[in-house]
Design a protein around this ligand. Sequence first.
Ligand code: KDG
Ligand code: MG
Length: 403
Amino acid sequence: MKIVDAKVIVCSPGRNFVTLKIETDEGVYGLGDATLNGRELAVATYLKEHIIPCIINRDPFDSEDIWHYLYRGVYWRRGAVNMTAIGAVDMALWDIKGKALGVPVHKLLGGKSRHRLLAYTHAQGKDMDETLQKVSDILNKGFKAIRIQSGIPGFEKVYGIAKDKGTYEPATTGGKPDEEIWNTEKYLAYIPELFQTVRKEFGKDLHLLHDSHHRLSSIEAARLGKELEPHHLFWLEDTVPAELQQNFEWIRRHTTTPLAVGEIFNTIFDCQHLITQQLIDYIRMTVAHGGGLTPMMKIAHLAELYGIRTGCHGPSDLSPINLGACLHFGTAINNFGIQEYMGYYPITMEVFDLKHKFEEGYFYPSEEPGLGVDMDFEKAGNYPYKKAFLPINRLEDGTLFHW
Ligand code: KDG
Ligand code: MG
């Protein structure tokens, strides 16, 4: 089997998505998600100009060598744009292998380690009352695990909170990024009260998660973790900006709240210290941004040795193709923890077809050959790309801060 062509499809059914379609001489094609929120065209160009010419005539079954060719072979390593592009190629190759052999991708990665996968979704409200109402609505939909974010009194825009009643979408269209204002003290004073109220209203059985979106120092993260201990979180996510992996040593010393991190990591070297020193409980890298299934399997196996479980990033700003890849990954490994699932806009699902079934808080992996996700290329053409940026964040005195 030979790769004969590859196309990059940039479309915007509800939001921007970049998809790589690799075609073979046997008519089988594979799909890979190459979406990097706010930097879509950088990945699309990198694929078109620098990657596609190098994979033509290659055997798609040689995914390990192709991965090393694109990672090691180019000399310039790591980085979100680079790794997302490599991730899309790798994902599409596994899709082709599954389709060519007539098996779902999890069968090629180690088979079925479980028959269903726990998923969490987001409850977000502009204040306490609206957030509690959202939790109640989500529980009625059958979810067993909920990430809870809430507007903070005194702030107009807060990470994770939708501007209107709709789904949260951080990117905004227009010529420049939006700006948000942040105050850590107000956040730290409010969040423990929020979780105390949620536990009081909804009891002990529900899994609760929270995302600090990299805005704390290690000692602030330690304080938050400690104050949340009575409410038994499933995890506290992205407390500190994680370039400095040693930060987690400080947090770990002070709290038993489980810690999760990794959505902006893109290689094993971003989390090697965190895993081997057991400084986290969940690694949240996702297949698209982590360079594909090939390196993600290696990361999962390293994490397994240290008792760390996975929790793949799965926001609606990655396409259903990435979700499909994450579900096969989560099905095959032993140390799956949980899968993020925000859902998609109905118009997104006019273009993408996800075969994996979701019911009462769990995903049931598809048995369709390949990744179990398809795309209507004609309909995609009806939704052209719209320039969009992720916001930036400043402190009240104007200091540029972590978003
Ligand atoms: O594009 C950025 C989002 O994917 C990110 O902000 C979402 O933090 C996020 C999460 O946990 O899903
Ligand atoms: Mg997050």
